[in-house]
Design a protein around this ligand. Sequence first.
Ligand code: GDP
Length: 492
Amino acid sequence: MHFWLPKDAVKEHFDGGFAKNGFLERRSSMSDLIAAVATPPGTGGVGILRLSGPGAAQAAARVFRPKGTRALPDAPDRQLLYGTLLDQAGQALDTGLAFVSRAPHSYTGEETAELQCHGSPMVLSLVLDALFAAGARQARAGEFTQRAFLNGKLDLTQAEAVIDLIEAETPAAARQAAGQLTGALSRRIDAIYSGLTDVMAHFCAVLDYPDEDLDPFQTQQLQEALQTQEDALTALLQTSRRGRLLSQGLTCVLLGRPNAGKSSLLNALAGYERAIVTPIPGTTRDTVEATVTLEGYLFRLVDTAGLRDSDDPIEQLGVARSRQALDQADLILLVCDGTQELGEEDTALLDQALDQADTLLVMNKSDLPGYGCPMFRAEDTAHTLSVVGLSAKTGLGLEFLEEELVRRAQALLPQAGQRASELLLTNQRQTDAVRRAAESVARAGQALEQGVTPDALLTDVEQAMAALGELTGQNIREDIVARIFSKFCVGK
Ligand code: GDP
């Protein structure tokens, strides 16, 4: 016997459950009028102010006098009007453009207005004051996009793509974020969610008719259905490293004995004085970071405090941070003083580095007399250890290191920047949710194989669906949403 419940009925029942238990209801509870300057602080050619919420058009009309006869609240959606911007007392401040977008056809899904004037911080501040006097309040960081999410204009992966796009540091990262903004990731997740809904529907039917056993044919079908979704989730999970490398860059950890020249090398690569360089060993007590872009690849350079045991609590803290940085390293630059013999400490660090990640040996201080190429133990060459000789002080040979860094990045991220946007998980939150979903589906598959009762199985499938719902924001706690949007800038 084969039972199927209508898919929508299961979905409705299930989604209804999400709204309980402190989970967020996907409807904006914020109905007040917000305003903010949307362009960055400082002077510029153009400055933009945004308004969202009930009465946005009326409030904007209080600070904008159109040249023509049509008032802003009567203008068609997104039609630009030319006019004069006014301060609180109705005094002319600037000339500019304005438009309105009515609900639900706007970024936030609410009534919105936008005012464009010259990028003068003073004009923008006075117009903003006038908007506050007209009933708006200052928007919080990310509040426009948060409203767009709450009103169903974007899901959470798309909202995260907005931040990623704003913060993109390379062309490839920008393209990736643009792809996610179109909903590519959400569509993939929806397809998996829908597949799991089918499985749910089947088990719900079985539960409703407990006398009916699953026949072996059905069991096999269900097993295949679960396997398909597990495979899809695993494939997605495998993109997370590439996604992280693309959006956050390759983490390059500089390791080496005190005074080897790590801080000098970080400064030389970054092109500015980021780390303090002194001849006193142990100056870098904490990790120091700098980012550099080489041929479109982003590198996050981390200068470590070293890994020596120490009684000094501050130094201990630095050592702990160094170990943490090492755990996250995609590439380790082991910096050695080329004027000195490689000692036990260097070899110990090399062993540690090789255990941890791809390692590059940098023989520094090539400008000094007595600089020589060190001898390596035979087993080190087995790791195909690359060696670069340079002077962090004069910059001689730095380009060899840069070329090598780009080569390593190309190996890890082939065709980054050339490919059109691809489907990648780009942050830890997404990766965690997909991992939990994959684990739950795998558990469900195993349970089915072992002949566990359908209700136990249902719990696993439910957990997988809940994790996917978290990813897109269908079921997510309010505090997590607040944390995600707090990363935005004001006015976005
Ligand atoms: P760290 O402890 O490994 O971070 O080493 P620093 O970068 O602070 O450098 C220690 C000392 O070595 C400083 O006095 C630097 O000026 C010097 N130094 C670093 N790199 C070079 C180099 O390539 N050539 C020379 N001559 N001195 C260097």
